[in-house]
Design a protein around this ligand. Sequence first.
Ligand code: SAM
Length: 147
Amino acid sequence: MKQLEGRTGRLADLGSGDGRLVFAASAAGLQCTGFEINSILVAYARSKARWKGVPSSQATFVKKDFWKTDLSTYNNVTAFLAPGVMDLLGEKLLKELPDDARVIACRFSFPNWTQHSSVGSGLDQTFAYDISSVRSRLGNVPYSVMQ
Ligand SMILES: C[S@@+](CC[C@H](N)C(=O)[O-])C[C@H]1O[C@@H](n2cnc3c(N)ncnc32)[C@H](O)[C@@H]1O
């Protein structure tokens, strides 16, 4: 959440699990969507939202594969996934996100991206990236060419 301070607008949490990140970000004023493929976790997060009284305008949980979702309307993205997918995820985000987007990676960083900041250490480390800086550091070369 420290890495999202001052941020406004829409947030996509890729793999939202029990919804903890979505609840924290929506409490901070962001309009959040949690994408999750595990239907039990989606049901759990939805019932937790009802129990907490969080309106769907602030926090929505969808049972959807984020790889098959266009993320271009989100200016904030959080992801706590696995090291093996970060490279491909970086490619997708560079293609789709607006220039003013911020991406927060939890535990596993993006291999070819220069971070804006990092908070925490070890298993609790998070990495923040500003898409405009990442794009200019990559020299505006299409990401796939960098591989
Ligand atoms: C490490 S957990 C993180 C959960 C939560 N964001 C947290 O911080 O506690 C990763 C989650 O991503 C989900 N996931 C993995 N691949 C996905 C995909 N392609 N689309 C949606 N969810 C996915 C998994 O089911 C799992 O719940």
